[in-house]
Design a protein around this ligand. Structure first.
Ligand SMILES: Nc1ncnc2c1ncn2[C@@H]1O[C@H](COP(=O)(O)OP(=O)(O)O)[C@@H](O)[C@H]1O
Ligand SMILES: [Mg+2]
Length: 321
């Protein structure tokens, strides 16, 4: 299952994503976490010391490697250079499993606090005005579009704050979107803005309340997000202690908050996969991108990269192995 954590900056996306990833990974389920936020905090939230987090290999710095690998022998993609973030897989492309040995994971995935993690990398000052952060996050879109996750396998992505997500098709690449929301007007404002875009693309948002103190907070959330409220986490002494450098086993998290994580897990497992629709939407976004800017940049018609006879999914993996 492909799972996104979105919401207003400061709402607790990274915190909840890291707890969820640790909780699920501790069960032994195959899981890959990805930090796709411009403010890279997921490694730290998983317990990686700050200085080591800065040394992690980043997806954004290895776009060439990623494209070369995923392209495989797909004859519709003339070169890695002609591959853009929305270039979809086709026959000959290399597909990814959540847990497997491949050169991309060897180079770019590290285990932190029991969780396999890849990071897009920080937005460097030398990027300013030259590249936009979206090209780095584009690596995540490429990975998701080539990734075949089976039931009981999880990819957890900590996304950029608020509505920045809509600058690309990335927000449509998930089976489940958890919007972390504090019981505040600004936080529910981000929810409202998000569902405005999301509905148009068939993206279903489930709200995870966070930093809830009492029942009036729950009432507030329910009043503003209605049935989209899936569950909530309370304000947590465990999280506060972790923030002060005392990370503990996720088993020591408050029972009510563990129950909330379990709800998220159940909601993820309950998501229905529609691989043909997923494939079709990838192609639509690719065409849109190609026409908007990518054809000009590449100097060729990138629409021709779409393989009309290819559908992503478990059968596609079987066909290539
Ligand atoms: N349930 C909670 N209880 C107490 N503090 C929390 C809780 N959730 C998040 N926080 C704190 O709120 C701050 C912002 O959380 P963070 O996960 O970094 O937000 P985001 O990723 O959405 O910007 C952090 O200091 C974090 O420790
Ligand atoms: Mg964050």
């Amino acid at each position: 299952m492909k799972i996104a954590f979105v919401g207003k900056g400061g709402s607790g996306k990274t915190t909840v994503a890291s707890l969820f990833a640790r909780y699920v990974a501790a069960s032994g389920a195959p899981l890959l976490a990805v930090d796709a936020d411009i403010n890279q905090h997921l490694a730290a939230a998983l317990g990686c010391p700050e200085d080591e987090a800065l040394m992690l290999p980043s997806l954004g710095d290895h776009l060439g490697l990623i494209k070369e690998y995923l392209r495989g022998t797909n004859p519709r993609i003339s070169s890695a250079a002609a591959m853009v973030k929305t270039t979809p897989p086709g026959r000959g492309s290399r597909l990814l499993r959540v847990a497997e040995t491949n050169p991309l994971y060897d180079g770019l995935v590290r285990e932190i606090g029991g969780v396999r993690l890849a990071v897009t990398g920080p937005f460097a000052t030398e990027d300013l005005g030259v590249a936009c952060y979206h090209s780095k996050v584009g690596a995540v879109e490429l990975l998701l579009n080539h990734l075949v996750d089976l039931p009981g396998e999880y990819i957890v992505v900590d996304m950029t704050a608020g509505a920045d997500s809509f600058a690309s098709g990335l927000f449509t690449r998930f089976d489940v979107t958890f919007l972390v929301c504090e019981p505040t007007l600004r936080s529910v404002g981000v929810y409202r803005q998000y569902i405005g875009y999301a509905r148009e693309f068939g993206v279903r948002v489930q709200v995870v309340g966070n930093k809830v103190d009492d029942s009036s907070d729950v009432d507030f959330l329910r009043e503003h997000v209605g049935d989209d409220l899936l569950t909530w986490l309370g304000r947590s002494a465990y999280i506060k202690a972790a923030e002060r450098g005392q990370p503990r086993s996720v088993r020591e998290l408050e029972p009510a908050n563990v129950a909330a994580l379990r709800m998220l897990w159940q909601a993820a497992d309950a998501a229905v996969k529609d691989w043909p629709a997923y494939t079709r939407q990838a192609a639509e976004f690719h065409l849109r991108n190609a026409q908007a800017w990518a054809n000009d940049k590449a100097g060729e018609d990138l629409g021709a990269q779409i393989d009309p006879d290819f559908i992503l999914g478990p059968h596609a993996i079987a066909a290539t192995r």
